[in-house]
Write a protein that binds this ligand. Sequence first.
Ligand SMILES: [Zn+2]
Length: 97
Amino acid sequence: MAKKIVIDAGHGGADPGTSANGIVEKDLTLKISEYLHQRFDELGIPNEMTRTGDTTLGPSERPKRAQSFYGNSSDVILLSNHINAGGGEGHCVTKEV
Ligand SMILES: [Zn+2]
């Protein structure tokens, strides 16, 4: 069965994530996600993005949005993009969908 990919740009809107050296996590995760979306389209791989702009997605809304495209089945891959500032063990909570 062909895989489908949901690209999750971490953070967004009222939640900027981390920042350092003028880089804000929510902006960089969106750029990375837009690039992945373009490449998957070029490769003919079905894919969707949880957000396409500077949108706030709450902790319960994000997994609902992620599952809204292809459901919750084993042929769906979720890529959740985060950029940590370093110096720790990470700050992001990932929920498998
Ligand atoms: Zn993050």
